[in-house]
Design a protein around this ligand. Structure first.
Ligand code: DGL
Length: 274
């Protein structure tokens, strides 16, 4: 494969609109890079799907981004990372940067020795999270809290509804009762609920969202590979969704904070990639 030009876009994807929380960190860090965001909202949530399904969707979207001329891929989905990253990296010819639950930094920060990790069922059941817990859980009690239903709330842009609050209160209560002083947002949808989380847990506890760290890692990788954009002016951001046509544009606009148009995508099946 001919390597894309430095001014080619960076492809970013998630199971849905959650990865926009990573995209905004990338936009802040890299104002001159063209960005191409794919929300796989037609298939969200990934969190209750089996591993094979998540691997296939991740490969199909990465293949689409390669076809679109992307120069790097950002997996802005913890579930896709912990389930599918090894397979994706094995065949993908582009640099791949991926988000994963920030268990390591949380274990370094906690004063109480108890951290809480909010994430999807699939993420928390994965071998990669087991590996992180084994590596950083020697002296720290790591509480893994699955949060079914939260992704769906953010997919509807219900960021402060009574239903979203009730779910969060249910999921945070056992973590607070056990003395957690550090809460990891281990799903890229959850930072959109951060004001609610903050209200529920109070001002003292630490909330960790690794989006900025991912954006900085991406900038470092592009710089090392001499693949940073050369254009001096602010760049374009395009939004695509496998559920475009319904109310995708209004949901993405609400989360992105300005009106945007969401285009449809048809990611080709995994069998066609290679
Ligand atoms: N934003 C995805 C993540 O970070 C949500 C996965 C899902 O669709 O369940 O895990």
């Amino acid at each position: 494969m001919k390597m894309p030009a430095a001014d080619a876009p960076i492809g970013v994807f998630d199971s849905g609109v959650g990865g926009l929380s990573v995209l905004r960190a990338i936009r802040a860090e890299l104002p001159n890079e063209d960005l191409l965001y794919v929300a796989d909202s037609g298939y969200a949530p990934y969190g209750d799907r089996d591993a094979g399904f998540i691997e296939d969707r991740s490969a199909a979207i990465a293949g689409f981004l390669i076809d679109e001329g992307a120069k790097a891929i950002v997996v802005a989905c913890n579930t896709a990372t912990v389930v599918a990253i090894e397979k994706l990296r094995a065949w993908c010819p582009l640099p791949v940067v991926a988000i994963e639950p920030a268990i390591k930094p949380a274990a370094g920060i906690t004063q109480s020795g108890v951290i809480g990790v909010l994430a999807t069922r699939q993420t928390l059941a994965s071998a990669n999270v087991a590996r992180l817990c084994a590596a950083y859980g020697q002296d720290v009690n790591i509480l893994l809290q699955p949060c079914p239903g939260l992704v769906e709330q953010v997919e509807k842009a219900e960021l402060d509804s009574p239903a979203s609050r009730a779910l969060l209160e249910t999921y945070l209560a056992p973590l607070l009762a056990a003395g957690a002083d550090t809460i990891v947002l281990g799903c890229t949808h959850y930072p959109f609920l951060l004001p609610l989380v903050r209200e529920i847990i109070g001002p003292e506890r630490v909330i960790i969202d690794p989006a900025t760290a991912v954006a900085k890692e991406l900038a470092r990788r592009l710089g090392n590979q001499r693949a940073s954009a050369l254009r001096p002016e602010p760049a374009r951001t395009r939004f695509l969704s496998s559920a475009a046509g319904s109310n995708a544009s209004s949901v993405v606009s609400a989360l992105w904070g300005s009106p945007v148009l969401v285009e449809p995508i048809q990611a080709r099946p995994i069998a066609a990639i290679g």
